[in-house]
Design a protein around this ligand. Structure first.
Ligand code: C2E
Ligand code: MG
Ligand code: MG
Length: 354
């Protein structure tokens, strides 16, 4: 036992790498047999099952020193856990390189946050029933000296794993509110919040502080949270959301339809907006399933009295179909790509002139 729920099994000189796999399978089969537990309050024994993930490293290919082999098996285990939970994975030489490149990104990201080089870009949210822009979503951008503009998908997960997300989120909120305070009065700003910010940081006092310092009225701030935010049992998160709401801040549910419990989240908090995930919009014309889900979400929004916005609208046919389905609020490359704050006033002027 290496510790906690981690164990190592050593095989002596498997004749073939496939033997290691067969042994892994045998371990998995044995472990996943149901266990009968006699519990005090239960008349009948209760059946429980456990799962396991296995990472495999082979000597001498993946190292000859004990430390090296254990470390590489551990890396393979991480992949087995993350990518295909409940299975096994071999170590591959690329894994080490990937882990190192992640580590490098982490160090550079820490530095970028300290030197305040991350910037929000802004993408308009449009109400097609009036043609008005209701707001802009702030999307973090990292201008990297060698790698160019790094997209958030490459560093938000790392920021979340390393705790850097708090500082990153604070900086984005501050910049977005400062920028928005200079915009026309009816234009709001939407800021993405990581679930982790709710867990570790004091979101409420941060928001109050930023609003005060920027002079932005609370009614012009929207916070977007994804449904991965563990709402169910966290009374504290719910209390924070309600308190933010009481200030006048709006709360949107982002990426609707991608999580496991979208519907139960809708019941636990009265969101101000539902943003249908772009994966559904992108196949709304080609997949009857996607179209049905979009339709149902619009219906759901209507009966709960929550406006529904379609994100990721790229083409005119998509826009037309969504409009036919009764969707008024949209966001996507068809209207505008996210743009730097400097390009922003120009764009707004041009748009209002249309
Ligand atoms: P999101 O909040 O769902 O943001 C929408 C994403 O869709 C943005 O990607 C945007 O550039 C992209 N997008 C907009 N219109 C279109 C379109 O027509 N087609 C396609 N293919 N994509 C479109 P981006 O900027 O790469 O951000 C990705 C995600 O990273 C965001 O998804 C959000 O979850 C996260 N993120 C961005 N900025 C922040 C931030 O400041 N804090 C936190 N915690 N997360 C952020
Ligand atoms: Mg968003
Ligand atoms: Mg989204």
């Amino acid at each position: 036992r290496l510790g906690g729920d981690e164990f190592a099994a050593v095989m002596e000189q498997p004749a073939d790498p496939a033997d290691a796999l067969a042994t892994a399978q045998r371990l998995m089969d044995a472990l996943s047999q149901p266990y009968q537990l006699a519990l005090q309050d239960h008349a009948e024994p209760v059946e429980v099952r456990v799962g396991a993930s296995i990472g495999i490293a082979l000597a001498p290919d993946h190292g000859t020193a004990l430390d090296q082999i254990l470390k590489n098996a551990d890396m393979a285990l991480s992949r087995a856990k993350n990518e295909t939970r409940g299975t096994f994975s071999y170590f591959e030489s690329g894994m080490d390189a990937r882990a190192q490149s992640r580590r490098k990104t982490e160090i550079e990201l820490r530095d970028a946050i300290e030197r305040d080089v991350l910037r929000p870009h802004y993408q308009p949210l449009i109400d097609l029933s009036t043609g008005h822009i209701t707001g802009f979503e702030a999307l973090v951008r990292w201008p990297h000296p060698e790698r160019g503009m790094i997209p958030p998908s490459e560093f938000i997960p790392i920021a979340e794993e390393t705790g850097l997300i708090s500082a990153l989120g604070r900086s984005m909120l501050r910049q977005a509110c400062n920028d928005a305070a200079k915009w026309p009065d009816e234009v709001r700003v939407a800021v993405n919040m990581s679930p982790l910010q709710f867990r570790v940081g004091n979101v409420l006092s941060l928001v109050m502080d930023v609003l005060k310092q920027s002079g932005l009225p609370a009614s012009r701030l929207e916070l977007e949270i994804t449904e991965t935010l563990v709402l169910e049992k966290s009374g504290q998160v719910l209390a924070t959301l309600h308190a933010l709401r009481a200030l006048g801040v709006r709360i949107s549910m982002d990426d609707f339809g991608t999580g496991y419990s979208s519907l139960s989240y809708l019941r636990s908090f009265p969101f101000d907006k539902i943003k249908v995930d772009k994966s559904f919009i992108q196949s709304v014309e080609t997949s009857v399933h996607a179209a049905a889900i979009v339709k149902a979400t619009l219906l759901l929004g209507r009966s709960l009295n929550i406006p529904v916005l379609a994100e990721g609208v790229e083409t005119e046919p998509q826009r037309r179909l969504l409009a036919e389905l009764g969707c008024d609020a949209m966001q996507g490359f068809l209207f505008a790509r996210p743009m730097a704050a400097s390009a922003f006033s120009r764009w707004l002027l041009d748009y209002s002139a249309l």
